[in-house]
Design a protein around this ligand. Sequence first.
Ligand code: PMP
Length: 457
Amino acid sequence: MPSVTDPAIDYAFDRQHIWHPYTSMTQPIATQGVVSGQGCQLTLDDGRNVIDGTSSWWACVHGYGHPEIITAMQQQLHQLSHVMFGGITHKPAIDLSKALVNMTCPALTKVFLADSGSIAVEVALKMALQYWQGRNKPAKQKIMTVKRGYHGDTFAAMSVCDPDGGMHTMFGDNVTKQVFIPAPQTPFGFSPLQTSAEDANNTLDKADLDALIHAFATHHQQVAAIIIEPIMQGAGGMRFYSPAYLTKLRQLCDDYDVLLILDEIATGFGRTGKLFAYEHANIQPDLLCLGKALTGGYISLAATMCSDEVAKGISDSPAGVFMHGPTFMANPLACTAATASLQLINQQLWPTQIASIETQMIAELAEAIAFEQVKDVRVLGGVGVIEMHHTVNTAELQQAFIAQGVWIRPFSNLIYIMPPYIISTDELTQLTTAMKQVAASITAPQIHSDAEFISHG
Ligand code: PMP
């Protein structure tokens, strides 16, 4: 048996025995062995370094090997790595929850600490349903959401994922039928195709307005909550949409007694240029889901926050308590990592970092719009996207990117980056150059030979 420090990767064992996200065990995808990470660079098992353009799926915003997070975790590991949370509390959970309550909007006062983004979404949906039980509106059993959304892989989370995207067909009646609105259309952020920045930023397209009003007027009596990824739909197409959409949504939720759940698992902690994406619209949600960058990617942890009113409604429900309590709830090691990560966020370097990443990506990616196979180029905050006309071959392009010294993993027809906030100008130029070269090299539609399903944004 290899020791845990042996860098040799047993690819044959990996292929035969280990699931990867959205893969087949009979037609395994190509995997790349990674042995370490430092700053924005991952070191591969053959000794090459690649710049991580994905922050490991939005999570590693401070880069790898950050001394402050590591030291905090090491100390906590020696003190108390895990303890149950039933009838016990501890400083790591309290410190983290204080930070979250302080950083988020005043409406959000209560914190539920779970272990993954999907569970943060499950918790939010369950809270919304229990709330209306406590407010004597038991008919409010449905969740409303928009098409092209992605909220996770567990059953309730799947039920609010895009209904046409594969999540629903495999599991039949086990996936609850929810109420879907068309995906938001009113654009936001930079695109060389936009004619007027003002149009893009301030006015809600009539189609969006009509769809929202119709959905609330028709379904409000059965709808407990609406869940949406604010400002940016991630896995559903890396689509940015107008803050005006969220402003209208908040107003309709108030008018029709529907709770507003924002899924900021990807957008939270600065990624879109605001600490939380709801700040673009100056609104406050009733419930907020956080994950990914919460711990800077150092360990799995997620949070669901809610208002006093939601918490009171849950207490008034027949159960009297919130019906959820996982084993690793508020794990002290994870809470410590999150508090250390949020301390770095609170040092306020991220606004300048994200602003310069955005400016540089606009300057360097815009020209890709001229390439034959490119349909659109979009930039918002620390997210840069080249949308192709056709689906690309993920496995093939992954290799092309590694050959250029970068780690970028396209999906569907999208080549996109959301680099660590600490990325240097030179490293970012390497990423955007690779994106343009690879996009330019695609001259004909590619066949998507990879078994991996479009999922993680
Ligand atoms: N919501 C959004 C918006 C996400 O991007 C993701 C993860 N890609 C999730 C929920 C699910 O989080 P997790 O993978 O940690 O379960």
